[in-house]
Write a protein that binds this ligand. Structure first.
Ligand code: NI
Length: 236
């Protein structure tokens, strides 16, 4: 029997990690490695291996794994432990239906409280998206653009759920954006959304956001039904 390659071998840890930063360093490091595919779907992550690798106790490891589970990057079961989740979890239509509810509520709460600096920041993300060619970076900028418009929503738990959803989508886009051809299409939506936000027009902004996300559902659903997508559906 051949030894499976260790999924953690790609991870470099630079020196000792201060205890108060341990959870966030582990979380960020693992998230980056999952998003760029260095740790593949189905890989099992053992708490003790991670504690040894990062030179910490198992407690911050457990907390980091819990965060990644909330972002649907890991699925945790009693007997198998933490396993890197498949790219598409469950039903894309249902997932998006929930995201539309959460994101339109976050936008509704945030728009009246947005400052000019938030609008300028959102505009810079659109400009960066225009120039960016790298799909990992495009996924990240899309998340940052959306979050900049939602950021003033006072409900922090809502914002956390919204961000988890965007992180899940970022991973999916990373692998499929090119095949789906969603990139340039989204930019027109982004600009229209930004203009409505600039006018502090809540209803118009929410309508445009729903349109933007519904369009993504259509493209993703069509893509998932295509033969090319069959090979990435590792489970479910
Ligand atoms: Ni978008």
């Amino acid at each position: 029997m051949t030894q499976k390659p260790n999924p953690l071998s790609s991870i470099k840890v630079n020196g000792p990690i201060p205890a108060h930063l341990a959870r966030s360093v582990i979380e960020e490091t693992l998230r980056a490695a999952i998003l760029d595919g260095r740790i593949p779907c189905g890989a099992a992550l053992r708490q003790q291996d991670l504690a040894d690798l990062f030179g910490v106790s198992r407690m911050p490891v457990r907390e980091a794994l819990r965060q990644l589970e909330a972002q649907a990057l890991l699925s945790v079961t009693a007997h198998k432990g933490a396993v890197v989740a498949p790219l598409v979890q469950g039903d894309a239509v249902e997932t998006y239906a929930l995201r539309i509810l959460l994101e339109s509520e976050a936008l509704r709460l945030s728009i009246p409280l947005l400052e000019d600096a938030d609008i300028e920041q959102a505009n810079r993300y659109i400009d960066e998206l225009e120039r960016e060619q790298d799909y990992t970076e495009i996924g990240r900028l899309n998340r940052l653009f959306h979050m900049s418009l939602y950021s003033k929503a006072p409900n922090r738990r809502l914002l956390k759920l919204v961000e988890d959803g965007l992180i899940e989508e970022e991973r999916f886009l990373r692998f499929n954006l090119e095949a789906m051809g969603l990139g340039k299409l989204s930019q027109e939506d982004h600009r229209a959304l930004l203009r409505a936000a600039e006018e502090r027009d809540v209803e118009k902004s929410v309508t445009l956001l729903e349109h933007h996300l519904n369009r993504a559902v259509e493209v993703i659903t069509r893509y998932l039904a295509s033969p090319e997508a069959e090979r990435i559906k590792t489970s479910k």
